[in-house]
Write a protein that binds this ligand. Structure first.
Ligand SMILES: [Zn+2]
Length: 690
């Protein structure tokens, strides 16, 4: 009888920021599980994607004056580099902003409609009249209605902990434009989850798909009362997929994100000649989601509800983990404990972190602490001192002879290790990696005294002991290899090195049952170096510098830190393309009156190929209408609210579609490559450029 195939996912990282050590808990946890299953010979596919939609991406793109597509493409490239460096090996990595995802969203949406699960209702929400967008809670700041603390976010107060609606804030201000938000009503679409109540109550309690503490939490917190309708649409402007049967409305990012698991599967199927329904509608596939506890609600109620309604496989298991703390506290930029994956790998070997996390992870939702002293001690004592040591102290003595032709008497050490394999495997399967690594270290603790007692370095000095030396090294290297097999899910590079050293790649978990004999031994190469305290300190120092730099044109509600800047090396091509103009005097320059202006309205001129019609404000009620040839580079909604520079004293120019009262300055060769000039924070409409 064949075992079920496994489809495994990690939560999709959001395209608004880089991967940090907190995220890595989950990717490393999942990757270990997948590698373990593959080592057992199970058919297992590991899928993930970047989560790309939503207001945060739209706002970021506006602030950085790039397209959303550019923002998400660059971030995805960063994410993929980090995952590769940490040996997180997806079978496919997609994006939620893909045609397949749009199509699947449409299919699931139709199914929800057909089942009568969608209702439409008006929602009144704060709206930023300058930025022209509705405001999510965290884009509104104001004075706490309870304790009067200033500068609090729209959903809760940092000072007194009160939670409230953004409409309760005293003197609310939009963080996007600084404008006072107003109340506006818009129509939203909801999924009536309550119609699925009995299905969800049964599934969460009886399917065995959830950890017991999660099942109890859902029963006690949400399922005791009617489930609230889930708001799954957002009115334009929004970066996402427009809902086909509700123009002007977009699916909320949380609707399309989990469907990204399916879209990624579909893309993988396409590449490997597999059928999508064989993976999402087949009874012999188990779906395993790995997520953090912060998104429990989405994955244990909404998502199974959607899958059930649309007739897809339900998750066989939702594996939920806790949060990461560093030194017992929340990660902090000022303390240097907000450690980005990229910063970590500049200073330390990713294998250390994989091992450390494995040594701390259990199958429950407990938080995991990265204690840097323990981190150094554990890696050095366990990996360098107990595992690699077995090979580094013996391999060179058998490099000339290879391993003994028959396996010597080792007092039962290898056989004992082989017997332990089942228990270690069970621990991995149950996500009890702390237990798995502890069992492996117990075996290492038995192997090391054997080497000490038989002192191959002493035997090597006595030619009459050559055969014994070879036997002792054969035992030590086989015990090393057995440990490397058991650690292969955690430390794939070490397993690979062990395979090269003994000229036999590690391919199966069952390789740990049989000792190698008679194989040649390659020259010993360094495997894992000791962790040095100074490298850890440097990483922390480096992390202190990487705090977000606020974007130029507006206060930034979202982090803008991306990859480290490339070294300055600019091309001479632009200057060659357009030579410098003849010299002028300061008086001549002063004739051009350049002013800062704010775009307050922008619309497409449908009949013109290149033009957008912009209304800009110079402050007070001085406004100008300007036609700008930037249609290929900007969409109207990207411009509303932002500051631009205009040549304000140009004679008005009669154009086919109206009069243009000024010119917005920009650079670039044209078409899509047009870049408006921005203004650093503090610059205000009406101010002159001097
Ligand atoms: Zn308060």
């Amino acid at each position: 009888m064949s075992q079920p195939r496994l489809l495994v996912t990690s939560a999709l990282p959001y395209a608004n920021g880089p991967i940090h050590v907190g995220h890595l808990v989950e990717y490393i946890q999942t990757d270990i599980w997948v590698r373990f299953q593959k080592l057992l010979g199970r058919r297992c596919v590991y899928l993930c994607a970047d989560d790309t939609h939503g207001t945060a991406i739209m706002i970021r793109a506006r602030q950085e004056q790039r397209s959303e597509e550019d923002v998400i493409a660059r971030m995805q490239a960063n994410h993929e580099q980090d995952f590769a460096a940490f040996d997180v090996a997806f079978d496919h990595y997609g994006s939620t902003n893909s045609p397949v995802n749009r199509r699947l969203c449409g299919e699931i949406w139709s199914a929800l409609r057909q089942k009568g699960l969608i209702v439409e209702r008006e929602v009144t929400q704060l709206f930023d009249p300058v930025a022209g967008t509705f405001l999510a809670d965290r884009f509104v700041k104001g004075t706490c209605p309870k304790c009067q603390a200033p500068n609090q976010y729209g959903d809760s107060c940092d000072r007194c902990g009160a939670t409230y609606s953004p409409t309760d804030l005293v003197n609310p201000v939009s963080t996007l434009s600084g404008a006072t938000p107003e109340m506006r009503a818009a129509s939203h679409l909801f999924v009536q989850l309550e119609q699925l109540h009995s299905f969800l109550a049964d599934w969460t309690r009886n399917s065995g798909s959830l950890q017991e503490e999660v099942s109890n939490y859902l029963q006690g917190h949400f399922l005791q009362e009617p489930l609230r309708d889930w708001d799954v649409s957002r009115p334009a402007p929004y970066f996402g997929f427009e809902i086909p049967d509700s123009p002007g409305n977009y699916w909320y990012v949380w609707f399309d994100a989990p469907i990204g698991y399916m879209a990624s599967t579909s893309e993988w199927c396409e590449k490997h000649d597999e059928k999508f329904d064989d993976w999402w509608r087949s009874p012999d596939v188990e779906i395993h989601h790995f997520i953090g506890k912060d998104i429990t609600y989405f994955h244990t109620l909404f998502w199974p509800g959607m899958l059930h309604a649309a007739g897809y496989n339900l998750p066989r298991q939702v594996h939920i983990h806790g949060f990461l703390t560093v030194g017992g506290e929340k990660m902090s930029k000022s303390k240097g404990t907000f450690i980005k994956a990229e910063t970590y790998r500049k200073h330390l070997d990713p294998a250390y972190l994989r091992y450390y996390y494995a040594s701390k992870l259990g199958g429950r939702l407990d938080d995991l602490d990265l204690n840097l002293d323990e981190f150094i001690a554990k890696v050095n004592a366990d990996l360098v001192g107990k595992v690699v040591n077995l090979a580094s102290r013996t391999a060179r003595f058998v490099q000339a002879t290879g391993l003994s032709p028959t396996y010597p008497d080792d007092g039962g050490l290898f056989a004992e290790g082989a017997t332990k394999g089942a228990e270690i495997a069970a621990a991995y399967a149950a996500c009890e990696y702390a237990r798995a690594t502890r069992l492996v270290m117990e075996l290492a603790d038995r192997a090391n005294p054997y080497v000490e007692a038989n002192a191959p370095w002493a035997l090597n000095k006595d030619p009459s002991q050559a055969e014994r030396l070879r036997d002792v090294c054969t035992v030590a290297l086989n015990l090393f290899r057995q440990l490397a097999i058991y650690l292969a899910p955690v430390l794939p590079r070490l397993a690979e090195q062990a395979g090269k050293l003994l000229n036999r790649p590690i391919e199966r978990w069952s390789d740990a049952e049989t000792p190698l004999v008679g194989t040649p031994v390659a020259p010993f190469q360094h495997m894992l170096q000791r962790v040095e305290r100074k490298d850890v300190d440097l990483m922390i120092e480096d992390s202190k510098d990487s705090t977000a730099v606020p974007s130029a044109s507006a206060p930034a509600p979202v982090p803008t830190d991306t990859a480290a800047p490339a070294p300055w090396q600019d091309s001479d091509e632009p200057l060659k393309a357009e030579a410098l103009a003849p010299q002028i005097t300061i008086d001549e320059f002063a004739k051009v009156d350049l002013r800062i202006a704010r775009v307050i309205a922008a619309e497409d001129v449908a009949e013109a190929k290149k033009l957008l019609k912009l209304t800009v404000s110079l402050g007070g009620d001085v406004q100008r209408t300007v036609f700008a040839g930037i249609k290929a580079a900007y969409r109207p909604e990207q411009l509303v609210g932002r500051l631009v520079v205009i040549a304000a004293n140009l004679a008005p120019r009669q154009m086919k579609f109206g009069t243009s009262e000024g010119m917005i300055v920009a650079v670039g060769p044209g078409e899509k490559d047009v870049f408006l000039l921005g203004v650093d924070a503090g610059g205000r409409p009406g101010q002159r450029v001097h």
